[in-house]
Design a protein around this ligand. Structure first.
Ligand code: HEM
Ligand code: HEM
Length: 193
């Protein structure tokens, strides 16, 4: 099993980060939309936002670790895309990183601008570092817009990945799913020739 990324594709760590975070982000979007519509008498009125905030903070840490991992690994080369597609894919990847950081920070601000910490599953709490009472609603508006932007980018990214896979017969989706093919093993006899 290939752990680190190579020039040919993504190792297991990047692939796990990619797919687990993709599922979690879409689930967070659905949870967010559902929880803000709950009425005061719902049994989930407090627990759903607690889950959303706790999971969101874990996702923020995961995003930072994912960045560090990416920086410490070679960037897989995409040679079966046109230069324009390569530029677009680069922009979408960076767009994701920036939007995801912004949505997590804005979520943190909704909760902490009044001075309260974010409690993460009762395991630990992240303190408030900026107190600006009255701006929580603004942070909430920004958070909602960013959530729709993340989902919009996900749709574009998914359509592009499926198009490269099914129409262009590119290996891009395969290598994000099952990794790069292992280096071919040269039989000993061949090596001595
Ligand atoms: C991938 C990350 C996240 C996604 C996709 C996401 C998505 C959403 C969505 C769609 C809503 C509903 C917005 C609306 O219709 O008004 C929401 C609300 C909310 N989110 Fe997030 N969120 C994320 C991360 C976070 C984080 C890290 C926190 C806090 C630590 C957080 C705290 C909140 C709070 C407090 C609300 C309720 C806002 C209100 O009552 O207006 N979210 N989120
Ligand atoms: C919220 C959902 C998603 C997010 C945030 C996301 C984010 C990313 C990011 C940031 C990259 C760049 C590689 C990296 O830095 O790890 C990437 C690559 C990739 N993603 Fe996603 N992704 C999502 C969903 C999907 C889905 C649903 C598919 C396919 C149906 C997909 C297919 C791919 C492929 C094939 C690559 C590799 C592209 C290449 O080699 O340049 N992603 N994704």
């Amino acid at each position: 099993m290939i752990v680190r990324d190579t020039l040919e594709g993504y190792g297991i760590v990047s692939r796990l980060f990619h797919w687990l975070m993709a599922v979690a982000i879409v689930a967070m979007f659905a949870l967010g939309l559902w929880m803000v519509r709950l009425d005061y008498y719902s049994p989930y009125y407090n627990s759903a936002p607690e889950l959303h905030r706790s999971f969101g903070m874990l996702l923020l840490f995961a995003l930072l670790v994912r960045w560090l991992w990416r920086a410490a690994n070679p960037k897989p080369q995409i040679d079966d895309l046109t230069p324009l597609e390569q530029k677009a894919s680069y922009a979408v990847h960076w767009g994701f990183y920036i939007l995801l950081l912004a949505i997590m920070v804005s979520g943190y601000l909704i909760t902490t601008l009044d001075g309260r910490p974010v409690d993460v599953f009762g395991w630990f709490s992240v303190p408030s570092i900026l107190q600006m009472r009255g701006l929580e609603d603004r942070a909430g508006d920004v958070h909602r817009i960013l959530a729709y932007a993340v989902i919009g980018l996900t749709v574009i990214h998914t359509v592009a990945a499926l198009k490269h896979h099914f129409v262009d017969k590119s290996t891009i989706l395969k290598r994000m799913w099952s990794g790069p093919s292992p280096p071919s093993i040269i039989p000993k006899k061949e090596m001595h020739r």
